[in-house]
Design a protein around this ligand. Structure first.
Ligand code: HEM
Length: 215
């Protein structure tokens, strides 16, 4: 049962909430890169950067998916106004994650990147998730929403596949301690479970569409 809220988010609160998200997402990113370039990020700054940005992208993605359940449960419809911003920051972190890997770990060796994508399953799923998030970022504005019409929602439902792939990427990337990725998998599953009706319809539609295009 949704609770009657004692605090109601108004339009005047939204810019402050957005400011909080800008600061909360941007400052740690800038500080971490500053530390990396000034030898303040421990003995292996490249790995630290890759881990920080990867985890940051995942947390922001989960937060963006938490907005709808929160808005419904606490009857705060205006919360939806920050969902896109969280999604955009999630991709910004994912961009920094890939950029740090390609620039500092692979030293811009693009053929090595390609072979890593093909040979290492955890990189393959990370790459697919990255491409999905990239497409969603490109089409996240009002103009794309208008132009795509009904197809926009269908396209943006791919975020559920992306978050599942990221959870798998995380689990696969760790060598020993699986507790942290398992906690993230549980969080991911509960957010997907909340949308089980919508997900069932989406999977059914995808199967139907594939069968139609095969005929
Ligand atoms: C082409 C795309 C991607 C590449 C090449 C890539 C590469 C990597 C690498 C090299 C690691 C470190 C593995 C290790 O410690 O040995 C990693 C970890 C990780 N990545 Fe990615 N990744 C990609 C996409 C993504 C995306 C899209 C997300 C999230 C939205 C993500 C989230 C994570 C997380 C959460 C970790 C674990 C961090 C930790 O252990 O603290 N990755 N990734």
């Amino acid at each position: 049962m949704a609770k009657t809220p004692s605090f109601k988010l108004t339009k005047a609160h939204v810019p402050w909430l957005k400011l909080g998200i800008h600061l909360g997402a941007l400052l740690p990113l800038l500080i971490t890169y500053y530390q990396a370039f000034n030898d303040q990020l421990g003995g292996d700054p490249v790995t630290a950067l890759i881990h920080f940005t990867g985890l940051g992208a995942f947390k922001l993605l989960l937060l963006s998916l938490l907005i709808t359940p929160l808005a419904r449960q606490f009857k705060q419809g205006l919360l939806i106004n920050v969902r896109r911003l969280l999604g955009l920051y999630s991709f910004s972190y994912a961009f920094a994650h890939l950029a740090s890997y390609v620039l500092f770990d692979l030293q811009l060796d693009w053929s090595l990147l390609l072979s890593e994508i093909v040979k290492r399953p955890y990189i393959t799923v990370g790459f697919v998730a990255w491409i999905i998030l990239f497409c969603l970022t490109l089409t996240s504005n009002k103009k794309a929403q208008r132009n795509l019409g009904q197809r926009w929602q269908k396209l943006h439902n791919w975020v559920y596949l992306a978050v599942g792939l990221v959870a798998l990427h995380f689990l696969w990337s760790v060598k020993s301690d699986v507790i942290e990725p398992l906690i993230y998998i549980l969080l991911t599953l509960s957010l997907l479970l909340y949308r089980r009706g919508k997900l069932k319809r989406w999977v059914k539609n995808r199967i139907n569409n594939t069968q139609i295009s095969k005929k």
